[in-house]
Design a protein around this ligand. Structure first.
Ligand code: SF4
Length: 232
């Protein structure tokens, strides 16, 4: 198994993005009393943070109506299958903010501080993911790269984490991420998925009807499933 590991992913914290997040969720403004405390927490997190990723290049061996077989392991999802129509390779990955930051976040008890720590970890994850995606796209020549994540849509449920972890091998030993019986991951600020080429783009949110989601990237398109993904 040729799983690659990056244990020193460069990252920054986009303060504008972070303060927008904190303002929306915790009503903290940069010019208010707590802003200096947040700055102090940012400085700590920049020193402690060690985001990590495990990933590899994998090949699609066969495709059915609602499944694909990747390096001998079956993944069941109609949307994934359709999205992989024009490619033969995928990059499965698990990226985490790391145990170091999770332990750091646990040292805060006040609701406001816990909320700030969460926002900071999300900002770090965002930055680390941008860096990692740029690296794999260059390394494996992925044009028009898009993302799918088990558990984002009913069609590709969370239990599909099991085959994804199977593809990557000893993820706990490599980067400290544990897949629990519930198929959730520990540390909590961890994201798993497939990165692959798809002309025309794709976002999970296009097919997700969830209302008022703070993470929404694009509007829900209620006709898209029937137009592109339904079995004829
Ligand atoms: S709308 Fe929210 S829950 Fe739905 S796929 Fe997008 S980010 Fe995930």
């Amino acid at each position: 198994m040729n799983t690659n590991v990056m244990t020193t992913i460069p990252f920054t914290i986009d303060r504008d993005l972070l303060f927008t997040h904190l303002h929306t969720h915790l009503h903290i403004k940069p010019d208010e009393l707590y802003a200096q405390d947040v700055e102090n927490m940012i400085e700590q997190a920049l020193k402690i943070g060690k985001p990590k990723v495990a990933y590899r290049l994998a090949y699609i061996e066969s495709k059915g109506d609602d499944f694909v077989v990747v390096d001998g392991i079956k993944f069941t999802s109609r949307i994934l299958r359709v999205n992989l129509e024009e490619t033969f390779k995928v990059v499965p990955y698990v990226i985490t903010c790391g145990e170091e930051l999770e332990e750091w976040a646990k040292t805060f008890n006040h609701m406001l501080e816990t909320g700030c720590a969460n926002g900071i970890m999300e900002a770090i994850m965002h930055s680390a993911r941008v860096h990692f995606f740029a690296k794999v796209e260059e390394e494996y020549h992925l044009d028009h790269a898009v993302n799918m994540n088990p558990g984002s849509l009913e069609d590709w449920p969370l239990k599909e984490q099991a085959p994804l972890f199977q593809l990557l091998g000893d993820v706990k030993g490599l980067i400290g991420v544990e897949l629990k019986e519930s198929f959730l991951m520990s540390p909590l600020k961890t994201v798993s998925g497939f990165r692959f080429s798809k002309k025309g783009g794709y976002e999970n949110c296009q097919l997700c009807p969830r209302e008022k989601c703070p993470g929404r990237r694009v509007p829900y398109d209620q006709n898209l499933y029937a137009e592109k993904y339904q079995l004829k």
